[in-house]
Design a protein around this ligand. Structure first.
Ligand code: ZN
Length: 489
């Protein structure tokens, strides 16, 4: 007996040693994937450039379903013509859908395929007329080192940043080798059907294919992850899909609320929603999310490095940790969010019908069809029909682009040149961007906004007191300028 116990202890020790050895080897060979580049000396960005962004923020280019402030968009167009005069006179401009614009900056070398820089001009509305804001949301106020206003982060800083960079290059008579296109949509916040989608169709019809497309998506975030001291610059290389499911309960009879049956329409609908919450889609660490950890892990503190270097064994732990946070959970799986519910018409009558709307964001590798299947399987109620809503168009997830391409490489290099302190990693974009409309015109869609912000400030996107640090805006202009120089040599 004692011999057996001794043998078992030895075997256990041996197994632990083997594991420790594997973990150590993996951790040591988990080396940095950051490109080494020489930081670029910051070029001077005049105060007037910041003033110009402030001016653009004063125009309330709000887009809402079925409602667009057309006057504000016209004023913004005139504002651009006046304030970026060289862009206006030297680039070829095409207007699409009334308020979206394409600018073409002809390159010298016709053998090089063009690139496309994107942004959107519309902004989301301000709740309660901005009563909760500490500044007037469309005042374009500059103070405390910040530029305040709706659109300062999302996405006029990109639009003005791109124009500013081109204007600066035109001032020194720079001519790109490669043709540079710029496209500004006017309805991104309501789906991009009249803007980005039509612009992409225009390019397709003209047979223009881009080497790469750069659109908003991920940012550079300080304090992004525990165990990572440096700011994290994420390049969105894939995008989640989008679908809205409609759950409808149809019963043969309603009844009186004084004698309620257990399975009333509203009971059944509630149960279905709870089932969806309690039976989430499987968590996966693969594709762009796995690639993100492969890039971020080596830069982390020792303990985290061990975890991410050994994901084969530690992914259960990582998944359960990530599932706790809403943003990290969304990276792991297809999500189901109940957003609307209705049923009933009188307080003492049991309705025969009840409905709910569930918005789904679909992980690459899965599909609208598999999402619908999952919901049906989980709900498993013959009285409930589950279907994909036809009210808003569903879109399949956009699979990860190839990271071995010129586009990814030039973006990665430019980020490190302008933000040498940042760790660069590929990532999955969990929201939907205009760039999904561009799949027919480029294989390489990069989703990255060169905006450095603190994690705390993320909630200002579409939120209260949206603002951008003046220095962050200067860095955005430097970034776009450098990206054009690097891409068009
Ligand atoms: Zn945006």
């Amino acid at each position: 007996m004692r011999k057996l116990r001794r043998l078992l202890t030895r075997l256990l020790l041996l197994a632990l040693l083997v594991f420790a050895a594997i973990f150590t080897v993996n951790t040591i060979s988990f080396s940095s994937k950051q490109v080494t580049v020489q930081p670029v000396e910051p070029v001077k960005i005049e105060d007037a450039a910041v003033e110009r962004l402030a001016g653009a923020l004063r125009l309330p280019t709000v887009s809402e379903e079925g409602k667009i402030d057309t006057a504000a968009f016209r004023l913004l167009d005139t504002f651009f013509q006046k304030n970026y005069p060289l862009v206006d006179s030297m680039l070829e401009k095409t207007t699409i859908g009334g308020f979206s614009h394409i600018f073409k900056w002809q390159g010298q070398n016709a053998h090089l395929s063009p690139i496309l820089l994107m942004a959107h001009l519309d902004v989301v509305p301000v709740e309660d007329g901005g009563s909760q804001w500490s500044v007037e949301p469309f005042s374009g106020k500059i103070g405390d080192g910040y530029l305040w206003g709706r659109g300062s982060m999302d996405d006029k800083s990109s639009a003005c940043g791109i124009l500013e960079a081109i204007e600066m290059l035109l001032q020194v008579d720079y001519i790109p080798q490669r043709t540079v296109y710029v496209a500004f949509g006017h309805d991104e916040e309501i789906g991009g059907e009249q803007g980005a989608k039509q612009i992409a169709a225009y390019f397709k019809q003209k047979n223009i294919e881009f080497d790469f497309v750069l659109d908003e998506g991920n940012l550079i975030v300080e304090d992004a992850l525990p165990g990572l001291d440096q700011p994290l610059a994420l390049i969105g290389i894939a995008e989640k899909g989008y679908a809205t499911l409609e759950l409808t309960v149809n019963l043969d009879e309603g009844g009186h609320s004084s004698m309620p049956p257990p399975g009333s329409a509203i009971n059944r609908l509630s149960e279905a929603i709870v089932k969806l919450r309690d039976n989430p889609s499987p968590a996966k660490i693969e594709g762009p999310v796995r690639a993100m950890f492969d890039h971020v892990g080596p830069e982390m503190s020792f303990f985290n490095k061990i975890i991410f270097a050994n994901l084969t064994w530690t992914q259960g732990l990582v998944k359960s940790q990530m599932s706790q946070g809403t943003a990290t959970n969304a990276m792991l799986r297809t999500t189901f969010a109940p957003t609307m519910a209705s049923g009933g018409f009188k307080e003492n009558v049991l309705p025969m019908q009840a409905k709910a709307t569930v918005n789904c964001r679909i992980l690459p590798g899965e599909s609208v069809e598999s999402t619908l299947k999952h919901a049906r399987k989980v709900i498993d109620d013959e009285k409930i029909t589950v279907s994909v809503s036809e009210k808003s168009p569903a879109s399949e997830p956009v699979p990860a682009m190839d990271m071995g391409t010129f586009g990814y490489s030039v973006l990665q290099t430019t980020i490190r040149e302008i933000f040498p302190e940042a760790v660069v990693a590929p990532a999955l974009v969990i929201g939907a961007t205009d760039s999904r409309h561009y799949q027919p015109v480029s294989k390489n869609i990069l989703r990255f906004q060169p905006l450095k912000i603190n994690r705390e400030d993320l909630k200002r996107f579409h939120g209260i007191d949206e603002r951008i640090e003046v220095e962050s805006y200067r860095q955005m202009v430097r970034f776009y300028r450098q990206l054009i120089l690097n891409s068009c040599k």
